[in-house]
Design a protein around this ligand. Structure first.
Ligand SMILES: NC(=O)c1ccc[n+]([C@@H]2O[C@H](COP(=O)([O-])OP(=O)(O)OC[C@H]3O[C@@H](n4cnc5c(N)ncnc54)[C@H](O)[C@@H]3O)[C@@H](O)[C@H]2O)c1
Length: 271
């Protein structure tokens, strides 16, 4: 039986680990070749460890284990020229580009009065400008391919307010708006653009130090703790739970889904 994205080529940012790796590997398992992009180096302001080039090589290995081709690039999504070069090389080697998952992001929770100008700017640079750069570097290839699907990774924090994240919440609401704006203008090229809104996910970002950092901020106003409660009886979701939904948005099964806010949030946004 043909895979659900057989013959397509995808580009995933933040693909060295976590959700980005899960997306790349899930798409490969269903027949896509993949361009995997990651900075593989220090991330500004965050309390969790950085990804490495070995992590990105492991993603390539897992894609190739599905007999699909992978092209990898160590690029910071803040670098538009670097992203263009990676996308162009990917298309030169893999022949086309149909699917883009703008997944790279950072999160550094802290109380509102602990968010300095530099922290605010860093989060907006990676989470908003980095996503815009990703679309600008790749959309021309989707136009050339005659259509495609772009998924912009936001967060439940882009659907509802999440406390102790003024900078992150601002960035993820911006991504939600950006998806609709691109969807409007790219529709004439048969390109769909949707935003994706996960709740907490078990990745280096979502676990460990992050929980401790959030807990420390919460001590400043414990009344707000229930805002992180999922409706469904799950504490934290897995990267593969999100990858299943990315696969749906990448595939032709969602061919008339665009400008949509896709929540994979266990109902946290309704709590
Ligand atoms: N983990 C969660 O609880 C959660 C919840 C909702 C949304 N999200 C969002 O999901 C996305 C993926 O997060 P994750 O949980 O897999 O985190 P993660 O930290 O485990 O992985 C993120 C990857 O992105 C890369 N990256 C970060 N900044 C980059 C840059 N400037 N250029 C290139 N690569 C960069 C990192 O090196 C890393 O490999 C992010 O956009 C995040 O905001 C995460």
């Amino acid at each position: 039986m043909a895979g659900r994205v057989e013959g397509k080529v995808a580009l995933v940012t933040g693909a060295a680990r976590g959700q980005g790796r899960a997306h790349a590997v899930r798409l490969a398992a269903e027949g896509a070749d993949v361009v995997v992009v990651d900075v593989c180096g220090p991330l500004p302001d965050v309390s969790y460890p950085s990804a490495t080039e070995e992590d990105l090589a492991e993603t390539v290995r897992q894609v190739e284990a599905h007999d699909r081709r992978a092209v990898s690039a160590v690029v910071d999504v803040r670098d538009l020229d670097g992203l263009r070069a990676a996308a162009d090389r990917g298309v030169a080697e893999l022949g086309r580009l149909d699917v883009v998952v703008a997944n790279a992001g950072i999160c550094s929770p802290r109380a509102w009065d602990q968010v300095g100008a530099e922290v605010f700017a860093n989060t907006l640079d990676v989470n908003v400008t980095g996503v815009w750069n990703t679309v600008m570097a790749t959309a021309p290839h989707l136009v050339a391919a005659g259509g495609g699907s772009i998924v912009l990774v936001s967060s439940a924090a882009g659907l509802k307010v999440q406390p102790f994240m003024v900078h992150y919440t601002t960035s993820k609401w911006a991504v939600r708006g950006m998806a609709k704006a691109f969807a409007t203008e790219l529709a004439q090229h048969a390109i769909r653009v949707n935003s994706l809104h996960p709740t907490g996910v078990a990745t280096p970002m979502g676990e460990g130090d992050m929980q401790a950092t959030l807990g420390a901020a919460m001590a400043g106003d414990p009344r707000l703790a229930p805002m992180f409660s999922n409706l469904l009886p799950v504490q934290i979701t897995q990267p593969e739970d999100v990858a299943d939904v990315v696969l749906f948005l990448a595939s032709d099964e969602s061919r008339y889904v665009t400008a949509h806010e896709m929540a994979v949030d266990a109902g946290v946004s309704e709590f």
